[in-house]
Design a binder for this molecule. Structure first.
Ligand code: PMP
Length: 285
């Protein structure tokens, strides 16, 4: 089926949508993105994603070509015309097309904005959530501004390939002996009654799902500790899990071949997944 996508103000069949070869997203990875999940045809945490998008743009001194209301409208229209019940909406904004030069182009160069959907039936009722994921560890070799959600995703891509080659599902990245995050998700462990996840800084992406899950965990009287943890701590934890807009809360049952806890999805991760899905659906728009 040919999807309808959105490019610079127009809704077009994906086969007719184009971007210039001089686009700075293509030439310099000079662009930012967001991914919003859709359940029951509704957007989860749209506000959180719109706020983070603006922050990413501000950090890069990039113009925002669209108002928040219009952005919501485009998301909803794409969900509607593409008949998305469960899936994802991807949004990318780049600094636009200009003759190749490291310096940012003049102010009159319009940013490029692209949105497209992916249908993901079974996103909420996922088999992986019942089975758990296996992860490997890799050195974190990304740049130092991981708090900005840029389209420079080559290292995460390499990490996923390394995981695949090792028969695992994903990689957790390690810096100075501590886990930063997963290739496309935030990383957590559970020790006793405490949920441990790295504190916010430029070292990790400030996950929208992370913010929601920590808020729900605190509301449910669970202990939350925001600090860095080592790979060994993770392997010796009672549970491990990840969060992201596309996986919600997903248990991790093995790290570098070592079973976490009893090697099966843990109760805390399962409970948080349930709470996250219930609560986010209540405010989905
Ligand atoms: N960290 C990284 C590196 C990511 O790419 C993502 C997902 N885009 C996340 C964390 C999770 O963020 P969110 O919960 O907003 O999807």
């Amino acid at each position: 089926m040919t999807r309808t996508v959105y490019v610079n103000g127009q809704y077009l069949p994906e086969t007719e949508a184009t971007v210039s070869i001089f686009d700075r997203g293509f030439l310099f990875a000079d662009g930012v993105y967001e991914v919003t999940s859709v359940l029951g045809g509704k957007l989860l945490d749209f506000d959180g994603h719109a706020i983070r998008l603006q922050r990413s743009l501000d950090e890069l001194e990039m113009k925002n070509p669209i108002s928040k209301d219009d952005l919501l409208e485009v998301h909803r229209e794409l969900v509607r015309v593409n008949n998305i019940d469960e899936g994802l909406v991807y949004l990318q904004i780049t600094r636009g097309a200009a003759d190749r030069d490291f310096a940012y182009p003049a102010d009159d160069v319009a940013p490029t904005i692209v949105l497209f959907t992916q249908a993901k039936p079974g996103l909420a009722d996922s088999a992986k959530a019942k089975e758990g994921m296996k992860v490997i560890s890799i050195e974190d070799q990304r740049w130092g501004r991981r708090d900005i959600k840029t389209v420079q995703l080559l290292y995460p891509s390499m990490g996923k390939m390394a995981a695949k080659a090792a028969g695992a599902d994903d990689a957790w990245m390690i810096e100075d002996g501590h886990v930063t995050e997963g290739t496309s998700n935030n990383a957590y462990i559970v020790k006793g009654n405490t949920i441990i996840t790295r504190q916010l800084s430029n070292d990790i992406l400030h996950g929208i799902t992370r913010a929601a899950v920590l808020r729900f965990a605190k509301e449910a009287q669970m202990n939350v500790e925001e600090r860095a943890f080592t790979l060994q701590e993770a392997q010796n934890a009672d549970e491990a899990f990840i969060t992201s807009a596309s996986t919600f809360v997903m248990p991790v049952v093995e790290i570098d071949g070592v079973a976490v806890g009893r090697g099966v999805p843990g109760a805390v991760a399962a409970r948080l997944r349930e709470i996250y899905l219930d609560e986010s659906l209540k405010t989905a728009i």
